[in-house]
Design a protein around this ligand. Sequence first.
Ligand code: NDP
Length: 465
Amino acid sequence: TPNLFQTVNPTTGEKGTAYQGHGVDQALSIAADVHRSQAAWRRMGVKERAPLMKNAAKVIRDNSSRYAKLMTEEMGKPVTDGLAELEKCASCCEYFAEASEGFLKPKPLDVSIGYAGPGAPPKAFATFNPLGVILAVMPWNFPFWQVIRFAAPHLMAGNGGVLKHASNVPGCALALEEIFGLAGFPVDLFRTVLLSSKDLRPLIEDPHIAAVTLTGSVAAGKSVAAIAGAVMKKGVYELGGSDGYIVLEDADPVAAARICARGRMVNGGQSCIAAKRFVVVESVRQAFEGALVEEMKRFEMGDPNDPKTLLGPMESVHSRDQIASQVKQSLRNGAQLLLGGEAPKRAGAWFPATILSNVLPGQAAHDEELFGPVAAVISAKDEQDAIRIVNASEFGLGSAVITADTARGERIAAEELDAGAAFVNQNVRSDPRLPFGGVKNSGYGREVSEFGIREFCNIKTVFIE
Ligand code: NDP
């Protein structure tokens, strides 16, 4: 059947469960159902929505071992990482259950400046009304987190959700629909469609969809944004990144290597905000590289079902082949191999922790996003040179600076780095309380925090004379 979503276990290369897809007509009818459900939901107060979002946190926790297993089977995530991801999802639901009322409270607007009277100036305020049904196109790398960080704020704001998840994680996609059902949200407020990305256009254009959010590759983002733009629908796009970490000459090389390895190896390196380029001032480079080898060696490949495993397989053989070829191309063009570099000869999507040094322009490790466990070390002359190198990227998602002088780090982070986030002496991470998103080819708009929740609100002026 052409419309089957066949899962493949990346640990073994074997086929798993196949799911019947929806097809375009069924997806459009689901969008109409969500639209109907959202029309009632939007009238409910934020206070009444909050207990349901708290229930969602409980459902996630109650089912965490089953959901973690689904992730391991469909995209290879080590079980310990899966459980941590689910706990983060649950606390995100609790955060927005708690904080949304404050974020969505009407904001008084001061129109007294320039007001000549007579009497009191008119009353004005802004309300944050829901936009409607949001279509979420989501990736496989954090199958639950990517969706929850969209759904928790936007359902709290009174919107509905249609989820089109990545085609390799259909079981996770259906589990997400299940979460909101079991939590007691109104029927059809949040639905999953199993639809291939090539069939997405009619859904984006459908009048029941008010806006779109996509997390994924630059190509996918540009394609969806073009279609949504042509029908004047707002979008939030969180695309790739090639986060640069500056290691300054005053940094402790061992502590720096620990932060960098942790940042690089998030989710086996398959994260938009993984640390990808280490831009190291030359005087500390050798010491840093030595320490980085020791830190990266700890990420040994192992069975993702074993709770001790830090590095499982990659998401698919296709992704593994892609990173293997980027490594090969970089080595051919002058990079030096410090660790790993070679895919083991066994079934499944395995690639080891790898370090490339002497990474220069013209090498894939320098110019492209490395979506896997491969660290690239780039040498810089000094602080200015390091800032220039980090900013000379098509991407601008996260960035970091590691230094013994926190005031210096703060200045570079706040004023110099051209990215949606800049962390000092810490690897970049997402957090429901902090705005998340990028600039340049990393996309636009923000997720989570009080900025994220307002992206899909109608910020309406109310003026009373
Ligand atoms: P994709 O961008 O292809 O997939 C992400 C989502 O977008 C999936 O739901 C996918 O659906 C959908 N999609 C893909 N192409 C289109 C399109 N033309 N129109 C509409 N929707 C589309 O990611 P990949 O899995 O292919 O990964 C490739 C690269 O993307 C990675 O190497 C990385 O650079 C980047 N990426 C970034 C992520 C992030 O967190 N920012 C997450 C994942 C990937 P379907 O599966 O049906 O094609």
